[in-house]
Design a binder for this molecule. Structure first.
Ligand code: ADE
Length: 227
């Protein structure tokens, strides 16, 4: 999979996408992430990318021209499955959407800043608008990093044990069951016996029950969604 990201702050994305599982995905050739500095498309000697909003009011708006030129350059090179705009007024990101997006070949992500991008860019180019939650970040970069991480780890071959993503919280509308590692006795607190039993079928049953119970207690809304 190839993901192109348009941003005014590429440095903000380099670190989150340059370690651990994301770096491994890139090293294995399973994921390519290309950062495009919008400033390179800025206007005039100051490489301007934003301007005051029509109608007045505080906050700058990212201008049409630099964005359109950058997007057109990328569109000329390949067909994108989606042009995604990260924005707090987008569709809230859920695991189901991440699963769907992980099946794509080419994604383009636009990170907004300031008051956001000119509405005409959204109308003309954007096919999907995504929010990572009901709060406002100072820019779309951290949201884009969250999205790329969530998608990248689902690409077959990225995780060591490919089945492990299947048991994540939010797959199948259930939170994950509790997990334990050594020692089996930590300051008198014991690991549940069943996990030491070696009985795989019983362990699986226990994990499922725990997942349902945890979801019922913490996120009953997810059980209703799954019905
Ligand atoms: N940009 C600013 N806030 C955001 C959010 N919550 N989700 C996605 N992009 C954003």
């Amino acid at each position: 999979m190839r993901i192109d990201i348009i941003t005014v702050l590429p440095e903000l994305l380099e670190s989150p996408l340059g370690h651990s599982i994301m770096q491994r995905a890139k090293d294995k050739g399973l994921l390519e992430v290309h950062l495009h500095n919008l400033r390179d498309y800025g206007i005039g000697k100051h490489k301007q990318v934003d301007d005051y909003q029509y109608g007045g009011g505080a906050g700058m708006v990212m201008m049409c021209e630099p964005l359109a030129n950058c997007i057109e350059d990328l569109f000329a090179e390949r067909q994108y499955d989606h042009c995604i705009y990260m924005t707090p007024d987008g569709q809230t990101l859920k695991q189901g959407m991440v699963n769907q997006l992980s099946l794509n070949e080419n994604l383009l992500i636009i990170c907004g800043h300031y008051k956001g991008i000119d509405e005409r860019i959204r109308e003309k180019y954007v096919s999907l608008e995504i929010s990572i939650g009901d709060y406002v970040l100072s820019g779309g970069e951290l949201a884009a990093a969250v999205l790329v991480d969530a998608i990248g780890r689902l690409i077959p071959g990225v995780l060591n044990d490919e089945t492990s993503a299947l048991f994540d919280s939010h797959q199948d509308n259930l939170l994950a069951p509790p997990v334990y590692t050594r020692p089996s006795d930590f300051q008198g607190m014991q690991v549940p016996d069943i996990l030491l039993s070696g009985n795989d079928a019983k362990i699986e049953e226990w994990r499922f029950e725990q997942a349902v119970e945890r979801t019922r207690q913490r996120r009953p809304d997810m059980l209703e969604e799954g019905e």
